[in-house]
Design a protein around this ligand. Structure first.
Ligand code: NDP
Length: 280
């Protein structure tokens, strides 16, 4: 029987630490730390995510400035606006909620955010710093949160075999780099991997970011492993992870639930990144 990794509890600790630093910043600087949140269009999932992020700002004493643009906004208009936010002294962090409408190039918009204000850590400068092992960049929120969750188990990362399933730019690649920077031996699997189970079965730490409900079954998990489920798969019956939690929990040593695992950490780390950016 495994131990559940309580993402809500770890996230609450991260947010409390950020709140204390935000209060100190306000006392010293006479203004609140500010996060600008930019949303384009009315994608329902994006609206929920933005709402959660604004709520977390309120809890931590960080000012949030929400800017909602029409679905038809052009890329040039958006990039022009991001330039204004870069220059705004009250804005310490900028977040552009993804996905953007199809006619807008997400990479161009992310590149337009100043690396110092890139609260999501998606900018190429920050991703590059992560891959070079430089510690002064902004680390993407979900991967940063995953490392905190693993640390909360007391299991050390150094020397362990960490297997990451998924190689997206926002989760798979950066968590693989972070695990490597923390001295794990890292294997990255993806849709072309042959015999996936062979890899997952040898994982002391298994991070799954695929986007398929209950894709990883109990027979794919090494007994005692730390299992981090990033997946968020919604259907008419609820929200499900990429791991078949009910069965996997009998095999894993520590495992995150969905909901209540990685999700709350992503939001907490966004606030943490914003506070770090302001305090630098
Ligand atoms: P992407 O769709 O960008 O990437 C999915 C990855 O899974 C790809 O690298 C793909 O491989 C791989 N994959 C697909 N099928 C298989 C397969 N059969 N075997 C092995 N690998 C496979 O997803 P994201 O990384 O953006 O997100 C993954 C999940 O995490 C989603 O459910 C998303 O909602 C969730 N998520 C949750 C967050 C949170 O805060 N909790 C934050 C971000 C994401 P290939 O590259 O070869 O196509």
């Amino acid at each position: 029987m495994s131990e559940m990794i309580d993402g809500k509890a770890v996230a609450a600790r991260v947010k409390e630490a950020a709140r204390i630093r935000a209060v100190e910043f306000e006392r010293a600087n006479g203004r609140k730390i500010g996060l600008a949140v930019v949303r384009v269009g009315d994608d329902p999932a994006s609206c929920i995510y933005v709402r959660n992020k604004i709520k977390a700002c309120e809890q931590c004493g960080v000012a949030s400035y929400t800017h909602v643009f029409d679905e038809k906004t052009t890329q040039a208009e958006l990039i022009d606006f991001l330039g204004k936010l870069n220059a705004d002294a009250n804005v310490d962090g900028i977040l552009v909620q993804l996905p953007l409408p199809k006619h807008i190039d997400e990479r161009a918009c992310i590149a337009a955010i100043s690396p110092q204000k890139d609260a999501d850590g998606f900018n190429a400068v920050n991703a590059g710093k992560l891959f070079l092992g430089e510690r002064d960049g902004v680390v993407a929120c979900t991967p940063r949160g995953i490392i905190e969750l693993i640390r909360s188990t007391g299991v050390s990362i150094a020397g362990k075999h960490a297997v990451v399933v998924g190689r997206s730019n926002i989760v798979g690649k950066p968590i693989a780099a972070l695990l490597l920077n923390n001295d794990a031996t890292v294997t990255v699997c993806h849709s072309k991997t042959q015999d996936l189970r062979e890899y997952t079965l040898s994982a002391d730490i298994l991070v799954v970011a695929v986007g398929k409900k209950h894709f990883i079954t109990a027979d794919m998990i090494k007994r005692g492993a730390v299992v981090i489920d990033v997946g968020m798969n919604r259907d008419e019956t609820g929200l499900y992870g990429d791991v078949d939690y009910e069965n996997a929990k009998d095999v894993a040593g520590h495992i995150t639930p969905v909901p209540g695992g990685v999700g709350p950490m992503t939001v907490a780390m966004l606030i943490s990144n914003t506070v770090d950016g302001a305090c630098k």
